[in-house]
Design a binder for this molecule. Structure first.
Ligand code: NAD
Length: 397
């Protein structure tokens, strides 16, 4: 048997892909065996999922075959679903086999958090993967198709989005852009359609600069979105949602964007978690395991003021780069590097030609922010796939 170290990366999202690509670049021939496990043979661009979900862009523009991003002569790609992580046996159980490792990278991404709200898991849809957004898109189109064939059809034209964080706001904006097209296609009076965005906090985009939040709300209200702020969804039913105020909104479409948590498999593996995320050390190691790295949505990393960084694509990518560096350093008996997050800013799309952004202490609104969002997306395509990927996908963004 070979005694080359075995590196196993679980998940090919932002963090996993960046780790794999950096390892592929930095490792010498025969220095380590690298295996990348992913449920699908494609990587998807999570920050773009709200568009195919609403139907304002295609699914194909949101995913890339992993084989186009890695060199399969250097990295073994295993298309399988991870079932269990056994840190003490240094093994990972897949749906169709077992992998052993010397170094493990857990970059499995998060899961929607439903906070135990009854009915959400059964009746609400979530924006979490290519398959989930296909469902949302087809479901919305189907409601329009059903509308004229029923006696009490209003709930077919009522859409509820639970949560007005970044995901909720970006999706609701795309939905508002899509509705006029659907109304035209299905001969429906646009005045009959209602889009509700329900948020438990007193404001949308909690924590974001009030000036930009106000701008976002104004843009979205003008596009036809009704906000219900400071009121929590208490239950989701087959008929719609019940709010904490006792109000019921009847809606055949409920999309839940109320937050994310860490992957449940990590808790099941015995790691100590907070809302499913693991407080990693400064080198991104899981506590007590110098050969296990947890990165992306499942890693809890704190800013200098002691508050956790929110799980974003930006931090996941930077962690991937640092993690690959530290694995190579470990193999070569060199010093690892501490992870330091370099916040380049935040940008959220508000639909066609509109957005808000914070870069340093600058607040950007409108068309400029929308262009910035495109630039960020193009930069990401360039990072993972160079000019060919930008040319293939970038023009659609
Ligand atoms: P989030 O946690 O940021 O927002 C969820 C929202 O749902 C919160 O505002 C919360 O108050 C609300 N909520 C929770 N329970 C509720 C209830 N019962 N009823 C009504 N509202 C309720 O989650 P997200 O928007 O999915 O974002 C997840 C992470 O991804 C965040 O870190 C976010 O910053 C990041 N993200 C970033 C971008 C971007 O940078 N453009 C886009 C999408 C997501």
């Amino acid at each position: 048997m070979s005694n080359i170290p075995k590196i196993v990366i679980l998940g090919a999202g932002y963090a996993g892909i960046l780790t794999a690509q950096r390892l592929q670049k930095q490792l010498n021939y025969n220095e380590a065996d690298v295996t990348l496990v992913n449920r699908h043979d494609y990587h998807y661009i999570t920050t773009h999922l709200h568009m195919p979900a609403a139907g304002t862009d295609s699914v194909e523009n949101t995913r890339v075959p992993i084989s186009k991003l890695i060199d399969e002569f250097k990295i073994d790609l295993v298309k399988s679903s991870v079932q269990e992580i056994r840190p003490h046996e240094k093994k990972v159980i897949l749906e169709d086999g077992t992998l052993s490792y010397d170094y493990l990278v857990i970059s499995l991404g998060g899961e929607p958090e439903s906070f135990g709200i009854p009915g959400l898991a059964d009746y609400a849809m979530t924006i979490r993967s290519i398959n989930s957004v296909r469902l949302i898109r087809k479901h919305i189109e189907y409601q329009f198709a059903l509308y004229k064939n029923e006696r009490h059809p209003q709930e077919r034209l009522n859409f509820v989005v639970g949560g007005a964080g970044f995901s909720g706001i970006e999706f609701v904006a795309e939905l508002a852009d899509r509705i006029p097209e659907l109304c035209k296609e299905y001969d429906v009076d646009p005045g009959l359609v209602n889009i509700y965005n329900v948020e438990a906090s007193p404001t949308a985009l909690p924590g974001f600069a009030p000036e930009l939040v106000e701008y976002a709300i104004d843009v979205l209200q003008r596009k036809g979105v009704t906000f219900k702020l400071g009121v929590a969804i208490q239950e989701c039913t087959p008929e719609g949602v019940l709010l904490a105020t006792g109000e019921e909104i009847k809606a055949a479409t409920v999309v839940w964007t109320g937050g994310i948590r860490g992957n449940r498999m990590i808790e099941a593996a015995g790691f100590e978690t907070a809302r499913g995320r693991v407080k990693v050390d400064e080198y991104l190691h899981a506590p007590g395991h110098d050969n296990i790295y947890i990165i992306g949505d499942n890693a809890l990393v704190f800013n200098p003021e002691g508050r956790p960084y929110p799980p974003t694509a930006q931090i996941a990518m930077q962690q991937g780069v640092c993690c690959a560096h530290n694995i190579v350093a470990a193999i070569r008996n060199q010093q690892p590097r501490k992870f330091v997050f370099n916040n380049k800013g935040t940008v959220a799309s508000l639909g066609r030609g509109e957005g808000i952004a914070v870069v340093g202490d600058k607040h950007i609104k409108g068309w400029k922010a929308a262009q910035l969002k495109k630039l960020v997306d193009i930069r990401y395509l360039f990072t993972i796939g160079g000019i060919p990927l930008v040319l293939r996908k970038g023009k659609f963004l």
